[in-house]
Design a protein around this ligand. Structure first.
Ligand code: UD1
Ligand code: UDP
Length: 364
């Protein structure tokens, strides 16, 4: 059996790395095709997991549009799929790489396994274009590896046959567990070097397309106001997307309590998450990791496809209006420890990759 794992962005690589390692451990012939939808941000992940892709399609162009990205991805992936003749392709989540890899697989009549299947907000423009990407992928995929029961139910409602849906937990929990277990010394070193234990700080990220412009600017205004009143720092590693950087830097100039950095290596980012007071983000993966690290999250979005974290008492859907964000920060200052953090992580137990590989081996 020959498997092709296709990914292209930072979060896909983080979430597919443990699955790749598990497939190799089980002597399954597996190749990685990186589309290179991301470049520097992808390298930062591959280094930590010591993964060298078999192919790198080097797709990324600065400021790429969705249409040009999609057409380049389809054309380049088709060439590899014709050459390699995989028995199964594994894709992850909801990016342009995910959707086009599924489509290219379908055109080449190769079965698709979709990891992190079944997440839904039901609003096609939120997150944009991810909600449509994952719906298209669900329509094409043969096997659906759902992280939670809710994700499975979403798929059943869309008439996906139940026998093809396997609840596995999210592979990101495998990743963060691996990092915490194997790199704890590095984490301590990073925290010591940055003097993190001695200061209280909030960690922040924001990059989603539907938040470009006014929403990011509003959130930055709230953060600026709050940190200028309180003696607390916000650390914000900014995504390399030029639009995001422009939006942030329009509001944040010389604010001493707001530390803007380049995107961090995965290990560094985990070290910062591990030591922070709480997290503000519109990222998907960070919400799941935060649950493992028992950190509270302010979700800077209108909708969420991960209501499990809200139900568990660790995440608050705050939106992007300036007043709401500012008030939520103030509220958290008082009520932080009232948040219930249950021991059972709704996003998984760290054995998602094992469950996926078991399924693949059984259905060989
Ligand atoms: C993509 C995904 C999104 C995911 C996010 C994770 C799509 C449509 N979007 O959004 O679902 O949440 O990745 O981060 O698939 N850039 C660099 N270097 C990098 C990475 C990006 O310079 O290593 C810059 C480039 O100018 C690039 C731009 O960011 O054109 C946008 O990258 P793109 O992958 O199109 O979109 P993201 O916003 O990163
Ligand atoms: N991350 C990282 N460095 C950073 C910011 C985030 O390694 O500077 C990691 C983070 O731990 C998480 C993933 O990147 O696993 C999330 O990626 P992103 O927010 O770009 O995408 P999303 O999850 O929203 O699709």
């Amino acid at each position: 059996m020959k498997i092709g794992i296709i990914f292209g962005t930072r979060p896909e690589a983080i979430k597919m790395a443990p699955l790749y390692k598990k497939l190799i451990e089980n002597n399954i012939d597996t190749k990685i095709i990186s589309t290179g939808q991301h470049k520097e941000m992808l390298d930062q992940v591959l280094n930590v997991f010591e993964i060298i892709p078999d192919y790198n399609l080097n797709i990324m162009k600065k400021g790429q549009s969705l249409c040009e990205l999609t057409s380049r991805l389809l054309n380049e992936l088709d060439k590899i799929l014709k050459k390699e003749r995989f028995d199964l392709i594994l894709v992850h989540g909801d990016t342009s790489t995910t959707m086009t890899a599924s489509l290219a697989g379908f055109y080449n009549k190769i079965p698709i396994g979709h990891v992190e299947a079944g997440l839904r907000t039901k609003d096609i423009y939120d997150p944009y274009p991810e909600e449509l990407n994952r719906r298209i992928t669900s329509n094409i995929a043969n096997y659906h590896f759902a992280p939670t029961e809710l994700a499975k139910q979403n798929l059943i409602k869309e008439n996906i046959p139940e026998k093809n849906i396997i609840i596995t937990g999210n592979t990101v929990i495998d990743s963060i567990k691996w990092i915490k277990e194997n790199k704890s010394e590095n984490i301590k070193m990073i925290q010591n070097n940055l003097n993190l234990k001695k200061q209280k700080y909030i960690l922040m990220t924001m990059h989603r397309r539907e938040n470009w412009g006014t929403p990011i600017e509003n959130v930055m205004k709230a953060v600026k106001k709050y940190t200028s009143e309180k003696n607390i720092k916000v650390i914000f590693p900014i995504h390399l997307n030029p639009i995001v950087r422009e939006n942030v830097k329009k509001i944040i100039k010389n604010d001493t309590n707001i530390i803007l950095t380049e995107p961090l290596e995965y290990l560094e980012f985990i070290s910062l998450m591990d030591g922070c007071h709480y997290i503000m983000t519109d990222s998907g993966g960070i919400q799941e990791e935060a649950q493992y690290l028992k950190k509270t999250i302010l979700i800077l979005r209108k909708t969420t496809e991960r209501p499990e974290a809200i139900k568990n008492g660790t995440a608050i859907l705050v939106g992007t209006e300036e007043d709401k964000v500012y008030n939520a920060m103030k509220e958290l200052e008082k009520n932080m420890y009232k948040n219930i953090i249950k021991d059972k992580n709704p996003f998984g137990d760290g054995f998602a990759s094992e469950k996926i590989v078991d399924f693949i081996l059984k259905s060989k």
